[in-house]
Each structure stands twice: as C-alpha cells, then as structure tokens.
Design a protein around this ligand. Structure first.
Ligand code: PGA
Length: 258
C-alpha cells in the first residue's frame, strides 16, 4: 500500500548553525509521527551533519543530486555509494533547477536513475512542464516523455519502489501552486501510463506533488486520490511550517491504510 511521503528540499540554503537548529527542532517536532514517511534534503555539504541528528529518529535523509559515476576522476561530483555511506535513503534527480541551470537532459537523468537503483537508493524523479509548455497545453506530453525516457533505458520495473515528483516549473517558488484537481489529472495520467506496462508497479509507485506547497494548501493535495505526498521547498526551511505539513500527512485518512 502507498504511504504518504513528505520531503523537505532545502536547496542551496542554510549554514552550520541554522541547519543544526532546524534539524534539532524537526527531530523533536516529528518524534511522534508514525503513519507517514518524511525526509529532509540538506545541501550536500551538510548531509553528514544532518545524518548525525537523524540516527534514532524517524526522519530519513535525502540527497539533492548524485553523479552517474561511482568513483574516479570526476572532480566536484558525489556518488551514490558515498550517499549510501551517509545513510541516505532518497535522492532527488531531474529537479527542474538542475535541468535548467546544469542543462541535465532526460537521457542523463535516466542514467542517474540507473545508478541509484543499482546501489539500492530510492530515486525521486522530478518531472514537470514549464510555463510555455503549460500555456501551449503540452503538460501531459512533457510529463509522459520524461517518464518514458526512464522506461526506455531501464524498463518499467525501475519504477518499483521508486518515487515520482510532479512539479510544474511555474509553480516552484512562485507562491502560485497548481490546483489540486489539475495535479490529480496529471498523477492519474502518469499512473495509467505506467499501468499500461505493469499494473502492480503503477498501484505502488508514489507520486508526489511539488510547487508552492504550504501548511494552508497541503491537505487539499492529500485529498486527491493519486497524490501520495509532497516535495516542499520554501516551507521546509521553517520548522513550524514543515511540521504542520508533516502532521497534516500523519492525520490524513490516507495514512491509515498504509
Ligand atoms: P517550493 O519548491 O515549495 O519552494 O515551490 C518546491 C521544489 O522545488 O521542490
């Protein structure tokens, strides 16, 4: 059964002091959470620091990125084995900020997916259309192409025990989230697309929504049947707002069938 998954993506924010304060607060606030899964994605520099606070906690560690290589002459990169060494469970791949600022394309992202599965980490494949594609009515084809590139390289089995995060680019950091109903349509489309290949993988794969999720709007997303969690940026940098979002997941009826 699917279980709600809430992830805080801290992006390129914080320092040793603010990150320490944030993680200490979150561990306290979330100590009683048991019905949903949660994780935080600190900047890579602070993964080790955060990991130390997460030992014996119910919050998982998520990385924001990974290289396609395991080791060798790849200056500045971080491998899946290194992330695993730090008890990382989830890894974001294909986030629109990496697609845009680092020119990562679908074929390259599919290689990251491959390496994560090989090492045994859980990929969170971020997909979503930009404003121009949205305005042109291309949302569905953009999202399905991004899914298809993984299926082409790895087969649909790669989505077993994996996560997809649908994040319309225009909704990220804009304060203008997509409507829960429109997100449901895309999530259902993705699930049906995967079901064409394998029904049980489609039923199990987690599909999160991301893009200006707040404590105020999060429950409306959980109310949609194919929204299995949220990927939270700005609101995850504040312990109070992130814990409200986590508690909304914990108290949602969906959590009970997990
Ligand atoms: P946001 O970011 O919540 O600040 O819109 C979401 C994301 O980029 O994952």
């Amino acid at each position: 059964m699917r279980r709600l998954l809430v992830i805080g993506n801290w992006k390129l924010n914080g320092n040793k002091s603010t990150i320490t304060n944030l993680i200490i607060r979150l561990v306290e606030e979330c100590a009683n959470i048991s019905k949903c899964n949660m994780a935080v994605a600190p900047p890579v520099m602070y993964l080790d620091l955060v990991m130390r606070y997460l030992i014996n906690s119910n919050i998982w560690l998520c990385a924001q990125n990974v290289d396609i290589h395991i080791s060798g002459a790849f200056t500045g990169d971080v491998s899946a084995v290194m992330l695993q060494d730090l008890n990382t469970r989830y890894v974001l791949i294909g986030h629109s900020e990496r697609r845009i600022h680092h020119k990562e394309n679908d074929a390259y992202i599919a290689k990251k997916f491959f390496i994560l599965k090989k090492i045994g980490l859980i990929p969170i494949l971020c997909i979503g259309e930009n404003k121009r594609e949205y305005d042109a009515g291309h949302t569905q084809s953009v999202c399905l192409n991004q899914i298809q590139s993984v299926i082409r390289l790895l087969g649909v089995e790669a989505f077993k025990d994996s996560v997809i995060a649908y994040e319309p680019i225009w909704a990220i950091g804009s304060g203008m989230s997509a409507s829960p109903e429109s997100v449901q349509i895309i999530h259902e489309l993705i699930r049906n697309y995967i079901a064409n290949y394998n029904v049980s993988i489609a039923n199990e794969v987690l599909i999160q929504y991301g893009g200006s999720v707040t404590p105020e709007n999060v429950t409306q997303f959980f109310n949609q049947k194919d929204i299995d969690g949220v990927l939270v940026g700005s609101a995850s940098l504040n312990a109070d707002s992130f814990s409200i979002i986590v508690r909304a997941a914990e108290n949602h009826e969906k959590s009970y069938y997990a």
